[in-house]
Design a protein around this ligand. Structure first.
Ligand code: PLP
Length: 446
């Protein structure tokens, strides 16, 4: 949608500041189109080069995206916090929200008893001198990762997976460097890469993970880092298979110039084993978040890697945020050690498996093919994203447009199955089938 916000300014700095103000105030929303360079230049009585410079600066900071004939638009999540009233677009009123990509809050383990136990055992207040990675958490993380074939002698803790990935990219790459990303891939990561001024180079994924020739092409294009999702790839549900891991390891072996990042966000929720690439390259990191199994509000991930990489991430944290609170680290440790919590996470994993398979089967019964080998999402290629999102909204379902997750891959929508009940599957599948194949005159065209 074109925005009606009036951009002002007579220098490129003033013009980009005016756009930023529009985003911050909510007057310019995600997806809003900025005026074409020449039109804005004429309106502001400045040269087109001045406006082009302003747009370029906004692009490099990840506030806007320029996509060929679609012109320049505000990114889905520009790195400028809007005022409270203008935060994330709510799903259409009266619709069921299956667009959010979050775990089912009903299936997250309760923290209450663990917090109460911590209150009794937390000991004297912790000062600056006694912080960092909590030794018992590190030890537990090491043995959990080692059991999955991830060498974790070197390990640190970050404020979630995306925080770890941000520090990895920021300590190895410079603005303008290319980074290889799954296409389609995790929308938040696309936004982060844009905000860091990095150049995304997409590679395709199939059910078994990154497609080898696509990764080869990305490497040939000079990417400095690759991010691969181990399991429950967001949005397609791909999981790296043993064969694919072997092929990718062989392709990437011994490339000292390439940072290989693995994101195992599904962790204990996955019913598929992890086939790590860790160690295939001399420079690598394996990041495992606790957000999906235990709760996004814990803001904690463990990050294993080679010595230099882990030391850079930990060192960069030390001169910035410092460390992840030892209170949170103790809480995660307490959750990991609790058999009742493990049972709840297992139950959630089973529920997600059932809901995802149930929706895929109901769709297949209606002749609609979706993807979702693992995780909490179903990815549905469609001929027209906007038409499908609109038709489903009119039928009472808010789904995510694939455009948030895509670089150059074909149109699709994402449906999060995490909070679906059995009774939802048939109505949702019916609505999807009607939306992707709208009824109309068949056989005769005007
Ligand atoms: C691919 C992927 N990685 C990681 C995460 C979790 O990130 P964080 O640990 O920053 O909450 C998500 C959550 O949606 C995700 O989809």
């Amino acid at each position: 949608m074109a925005a009606h916000y009036q951009i002002l300014g007579s220098t490129s700095a003033a013009i980009s500041a005016s756009v930023e103000t529009g985003i911050r105030s909510g007057a310019l929303a995600a997806g809003d189109a900025l005026p074409p360079v020449r039109a804005l230049a004429t309106a502001l009585a400045v040269s087109p080069a001045t406006v082009a410079r302003a747009y370029q600066e906004l692009r490099q900071r990840g506030l806007v995206v320029t996509a060929g004939r679609h012109g320049t638009r505000v990114r889905p999540r520009p790195p400028v916090a809007p005022r409270r009233a203008a935060r994330a677009p709510a799903p259409a009123p009266g619709t069921r929200d299956v667009s959010h990509g979050q775990p089912d809050p009903r299936l997250l383990p309760p923290f209450g008893p663990h917090l109460a136990a911590l209150a009794d055992t937390v000991g004297p207040p912790v000062g600056y001198a006694t912080t960092g990675v909590h030794p018992a958490l590190a030890e537990a993380a090491r043995s959990r990762l080692a059991a999955d074939g991830v060498p974790a002698d070197e390990l640190t803790v970050t404020g979630g997976a995306l925080d770890g990935i941000e520090r990895l990219l920021a300590t190895h790459l410079r603005p303008g460097d290319a980074v290889g990303l799954e296409d389609p891939g995790w929308a938040n990561l696309l936004d982060l890469v844009a905000a860091l001024g990095l150049r995304p180079v997409g590679f395709p994924v199939d059910e078994e993970g990154p497609v080898v020739c696509g990764v080869r092409d990305a490497v040939a294009l000079g990417v400095r880092a690759l991010v691969v999702t181990s399991r429950a790839q967001n949005p397609t549900g791909a999981a790296v298979s043993a064969d694919r891991a072997g092929e990718l390891r062989a392709l990437l072996a011994g490339r000292p110039d390439l940072l290989l990042i693995e994101d195992d966000h599904a962790a204990e929720l996955s019913r598929l084993p992890v086939h790590p690439l860790a160690g295939a390259t001399p420079t690598w990191a394996f990041v495992r978040s606790v957000s999906k199994p235990y709760g996004p509000d814990l803001r904690l991930a463990v990050l294993a890697g080679d010595e230099v990489t882990v030391s850079r991430v930990a060192g960069r944290a030390r001169v910035g945020a410092g460390w992840v609170s030892t209170v949170l680290q103790r809480l995660v440790l307490s959750l990991w050690r609790d058999p009742a919590t493990t049972a709840l996470v297992d139950r959630a994993a089973d529920a997600y498996e059932r809901r995802r398979r149930g929706l895929l089967a109901a769709l297949a019964d209606r002749g609609v093919a979706g993807h979702g080998r693992s995780g909490i999402n179903v990815w549905l290629p469609v001929p027209d994203e906007t038409a499908t999102v609109t038709a489903l909204r009119d039928a009472g379902w808010s789904v995510a447009p694939g455009g948030l997750s895509r670089l150059g891959s074909p149109p699709a929508v994402r449906i999060t199955v995490s909070a679906l009940d059995d009774a939802d599957l048939v109505p949702l599948a019916d609505a999807v089938a009607a939306a992707v194949r709208p009824a109309g005159p068949v056989g005769f065209t005007a």
